[in-house]
Design a protein around this ligand. Structure first.
Ligand code: DLL
Length: 433
């Protein structure tokens, strides 16, 4: 087995747990002493750092939620000052305000280390050409994978998203051996390549896909592996934790979550008690060494199960299984997180729009398409096509600004969308039908 850091990756389980306990204890002391946010939370929950006497005591600590980041927008709960930060990334919040994550140099180094271990476990290293086709910028995918790939000595081809024909030409000309992108973008790329008369399997050197940022299935994996001639590796992470951090190894049996960096719990979202390994629940993560934006028991909202059996690759760190859903209503459109509450928030700033809307998501070819049907209010409803066109443009523009992903807009007559007596069904996701 080739490891990036064998001393850590093959560490006996008991030793790893002792290390996690020490890290947890010092994290809790640090935050109790220096973070007003965590201090207050712990006081409210009547927990003192001295109460943490063993690793399993993590369960007496308060949870943290995405809404805490929104309430602390942009940097109220950071535990580093601006002059200690070397970077910001920004992702969708649940309403109008996005979520901002700040990084110290140590935070970037740990994130990069996590990805260096992950990419090595996926069989990549020096000599590989890794085409990074995740978005570069506020999204964590591009820059995260970029730094991780450089750290393992691979050559990075930073194509970012889009301009697909050019990406395929570069893939051929520069001999990309791996690509990092969303699974749906790779499917799209495969289709565009075929239209260009290029078979990714036969006419390129591509052998590995590092695919994630959105849910996908085992059957999609099988199809891609067969059709494109690659090993399709799942990669997971979220901006709040830093970005993409964990992948499967070449055994493809779940994500290795590096225990010296993160403490993983899977809990029943209703009882908030831990579930047994193998049982599904909500992923809750404590990042043990983060400086600028520490996360204790962060309720990510993703559904998975824990697997603490040793991996056949020899690595000893716990694994989590493929993400099978969410506990909330977050949608992922072309790799971008969209909350229906964000759509509502954006629409309600437009005076011509009524109270009701509906989101329809479907997959056209390999890519996701989002349509937002919006009821106009009585005063704005008009037969004049120019008026309607102007409102539609305004709504499309406002949604693009709020969501960072394009939505088609259909304006409909007041009263024409379905009404519900119980919970309203604002989203029709045809991808899961
Ligand atoms: O999507 C980080 C990332 C970039 C992961 C590149 C992998 C590759 P966010 O935009 O904050 O960060 O979205 C995080 O996306 O809570 C999951 O719901 C979903 N997600 C990410 N990876 C997977 C995956 C990045 N492999 C949210 N399978 C997470 C299923 C995933 N869902």
């Amino acid at each position: 087995m080739v490891c990036w850091d064998p001393r850590i990756e093959e560490m006996p389980k008991e030793e790893l747990q002792r290390m996690q306990y020490k890290l947890l204890k010092s994290l809790v002391y640090r935050l109790y002493s220096f973070s007003p946010f965590y201090h207050d939370r712990m006081k409210e929950q009547k927990v003192h750092p001295d109460d943490i006497r063993q690793l399993s005591d993590v369960k007496i600590l308060p949870f943290m939620f995405k809404r805490d980041l929104r309430d602390g927008y942009p940097d109220k709960i950071f535990t580093a000052s601006q002059d200690e930060l070397v970077r910001y990334h920004v992702s969708s919040g649940t309403t109008g305000k996005p979520t901002v994550v700040g990084y110290t140099q140590n935070d970037i180094d740990l994130w990069t280390t996590s990805l260096a271990r992950a990419l090595t476990s996926a069989g990549l290293g020096r000599g590989d050409v890794i085409q990074v086709s995740y978005g570069y910028g506020l999204f964590t995918g591009g820059l995260g994978l970029h730094y991780g790939a450089e750290r393992i000595g691979a050559t990075v081809l930073p194509t970012s998203v889009g301009n697909t024909e050019r990406q395929i030409e570069l893939m051929q000309d520069l001999g990309s051996t791996a690509i990092a992108c969303t699974p749906s973008y790779l499917l799209h790329m495969g289709e565009v390549a075929e239209k260009m008369g290029v078979s990714i399997k036969k006419d390129t050197k591509l052998r590995t896909g590092i695919l994630g940022a959105e849910p996908w299935t085992e059957s999609m994996r099988n199809r891609m592996q067969e059709w494109l001639g690659i090993r399709a590796i799942d990669i997971y992470g979220t901006s709040e934790l830093s970005g993409p951090m964990f992948t499967e190894c070449t055994e493809q049996k779940g994500f290795h979550v590096w225990g010296d960096l993160a403490l993983t719990e899977v809990i029943d979202p209703k009882t908030e008690e831990p579930v047994t390994p193998g049982e599904k629940g909500e992923l809750t993560i404590t990042i043990l060494k983060k400086e600028a934006l520490p996360m204790i028991r962060y309720r990510i909202g993703d559904i998975t199960s824990m697997d603490d059996s040793p991996c056949t690759c020899g690595r000893t760190h716990p694994r989590i299984q493929r993400i099978t859903g969410r506990v909330d209503d977050m949608l992922i459109i072309r790799g971008i997180n969209v909350f229906p509450s964000q759509v509502e928030y954006a629409l309600m700033t437009i005076p011509e729009v009524g109270q009701h809307f509906q989101i329809v998501v479907e997959r056209k070819g390999a890519l996701d398409d989002m349509l937002v049907r919006v009821e106009l209010n009585r005063e704005s409803f008009s037969d004049k096509i120019t008026d309607i066109m102007a409102i539609r443009q305004k709504v499309e523009h406002r949604l693009l600004n709020a969501l960072n992903v394009k939505a088609d807009v259909e304006l409909v007559e007041p009263g024409s969308l379905p009404r519900f007596e119980g919970k309203s069904k604002k989203v029709i996701d045809k991808r899961s039908m």
